[in-house]
Design a protein around this ligand. Structure first.
Ligand code: ZN
Ligand code: ZN
Length: 112
């Protein structure tokens, strides 16, 4: 058993659009290519970075976004809090909502 290996957290693709991001129009270059955390500007290494996927920028280029673990956790918790207000399934029966469950599982993973 290895205890020193840092497992990279994988954000499911369907949750990426739910995470609140800073203004992509004014993103510094290092954050736009994933060298720094998209929220805090913290320099990232492969051991600490959480991959947030590729997105088109408002300028027609492709952004490759990554976040540090604490910022990603904050964003996931924010999405988890905001989610029920935007979801029919949660109004109906939150225990059956896959999205809510996935956000929760992701938050627990990021807390480690
Ligand atoms: Zn950060
Ligand atoms: Zn829901």
């Amino acid at each position: 058993m290895t205890t020193d290996a840092v497992a990279l957290v994988d954000v499911p693709a369907q949750l990426l659009p739910l995470l609140p991001l800073p203004d992509l129009d004014a993103l510094p270059d290092a954050r736009a290519r994933g060298a720094e955390c998209v929220w805090s500007g913290e320099p990232l290494s492969t051991a600490t970075a959480v991959d947030l996927g590729e997105r088109p920028s408002p300028h027609g280029t492709t952004l490759f976004l990554r976040g540090c673990q604490p910022c990603t956790l904050r964003a996931v918790l924010g999405a988890h809090r905001a989610h029920p207000g935007t979801c029919e399934q949660c109004t109906d029966d939150p225990t059956l909502c896959e999205t809510r469950r996935a956000l929760r599982a992701l938050a627990l993973e990021l807390r480690r």
